[in-house]
Ligand binder design. Structure first.
Ligand SMILES: [Zn+2]
Length: 330
C-alpha cells in the first residue's frame, strides 16, 4: 500500500509540473492542466502506469522509423513464469509484455505474441509448462505490428499453421518494412474488420478497430470464466503516443479511445487488459491471485466504472498532449 502511495505521489508531482501550472495560470477552460487533472482523477490507484506513461511528459515524435530490432536483452530483465489466470485464460507473456492463451472447445486463440527473441521460450515453453499444446493454437490475434507484439507471429504461422489476424494497415506496415524483420515476416493472412468475430468452438473474440497507436491497431472484447462465472474483458490494443505527434493523429487516437470505451460499456466489461503489463498491472495481479481467498473478487475484476476510467485516462492524456502541440514552438 505504501509503495502505491509513493508511486502516485511521484507521478502527480511530475504531472503538475511548472509547465502545467503555467498553463493553468492562463485560465483557459480547455487547458492542458484541466485534461491532466481529469486524467489523474480517472487513474486513481488503478492506472498509475498508464497515467505515468501518457500524461507525464510523453515525448514528441517527429517520424516513425523502420528500425531493425536490437539485440536481445538479458533474460532476467524479461523472463516471467506462465500462469493460469482464469478457467480459460492463461498468461504466457513476459515481465513487460502480455501474451494470452484463450482456450476454447476447439483449440486455442492466442492474443498477441512478444519479441522474436522471447516468444519461443515464453509462449511455446509457457503453454507446454501449463499443460497446453501449442499446436492447438488456431488463431493468433495481433493487436498491432510493433516488434514487441508481432515478434512471434511468424513462428506460430510456420510451426503450427496458426492463422494470424491483424488490421489491414498493419499488414501493410509489415510488408513495407525493409529493416524490421531480419528473421522473416509473417505472411499476410486474415485482415481484421471492425466488429468481426473470431470464432473458435464455443468462444468468440470481437474485434474493435482502434487506430491511433498504429493505423491498424485492434482492440478486443471477449469473455473469461472465473470458477464458471462469465466475466467480460475489454482488451486495449495500443496505448502509447509513439506515432508522429500531429493534431490529426491525436484526433484519431482520441476517437478510438471513445469508441473502445463505449464498446466496453456495451459489452459489460469489468476487466481491462492491455498488452503491456505496466498498463494493467498484470504481473502483480497474477501474483496476488495466489493469495486470493474463497469469495474474494478476482484480482483482474475492477468493475465497469474502473474500465471506463481507464479510457478516460488515455483520452484525457491525449487531449493534453494534443493541446500542447498548439502551444509549443515547432
Ligand atoms: Zn506498439
Amino acid at each position: 500500500m505504501s509503495n502505491r502511495g509513493i508511486n502516485i505521489s511521484a507521478a502527480l508531482a511530475i504531472v503538475l509540473s511548472p509547465f502545467s501550472i503555467a498553463v493553468f495560470a492562463q485560465g483557459t477552460p480547455d487547458s492542458v492542466d484541466t485534461h491532466l487533472r481529469a486524467a489523474k482523477t480517472a487513474a486513481g490507484f488503478d492506472f498509475t502506469g498508464a497515467l505515468a506513461r501518457l500524461c507525464v511528459a510523453p515525448p514528441t515524435v517527429l517520424a516513425v522509423g523502420d528500425t531493425a530490432p536490437g539485440p536481445a536483452p538479458a533474460r532476467d530483465t524479461w523472463f516471467s513464469e506462465p500462469a493460469k489466470v482464469f478457467d480459460n485464460l492463461y498468461f504466457v507473456g513476459s515481465k513487460i509484455h502480455s501474451s494470452w492463451a484463450l482456450t476454447t472447445s476447439e483449440g486455442i486463440i492466442l492474443i498477441d505474441t512478444l519479441f522474436t527473441y522471447n516468444s519461443e521460450e515464453e509462449i511455446i515453453g509457457g503453454l507446454k509448462k501449463l499443460g497446453l499444446d501449442p499446436a492447438k493454437v488456431k488463431y493468433v490475434i495481433i493487436s498491432h505490428a510493433h516488434g514487441d507484439h508481432v515478434g512471434g507471429a511468424k513462428m506460430m504461422q510456420d510451426r503450427f499453421g496458426s492463422h494470424i489476424v491483424m488490421g489491414g494497415p498493419d499488414w501493410d506496415l509489415i510488408e513495407k518494412s525493409v529493416n524490421g524483420y531480419p528473421q522473416g515476416k509473417p505472411k499476410r493472412d486474415i485482415v481484421a474488420d471492425d466488429g468481426q468475430r473470431i470464432i473458435l468452438g464455443d468462444t468468440a473474440v470481437t474485434i474493435v478497430t482502434t487506430p491511433g497507436h498504429t493505423p491498424g491497431t485492434l482492440s478486443m472484447l471477449f469473455t473469461v470464466k472465473d470458477n464458471g462465472k462469465a466475466i467480460h474483458v475489454a482488451y486495449s490494443g495500443g496505448t502509447a503516443f509513439n506515432f508522429p505527434s500531429t493534431v490529426s493523429n491525436f484526433d484519431v487516437y482520441i476517437k478510438s479511445q471513445q469508441k473502445m470505451a463505449a464498446a466496453a460499456v456495451a459489452a459489460n466489461s469489468t476487466i481491462l487488459m492491455s498488452n503491456h503489463t505496466e498498463f494493467d498491472s498484470a504481473i502483480p495481479k497474477i501474483k496476488m491471485l495466489a493469495a486470493r481467498k474463497p469469495g474474494e473478487a478476482h484480482t483482474f475484476e475492477l468493475g465497469k466504472q474502473a474500465v471506463a476510467r481507464y479510457f478516460t485516462v488515455t483520452r484525457e492524456c491525449a487531449e493534453a498532449a494534443r493541446l500542447k502541440l498548439g502551444q509549443s514552438p515547432k
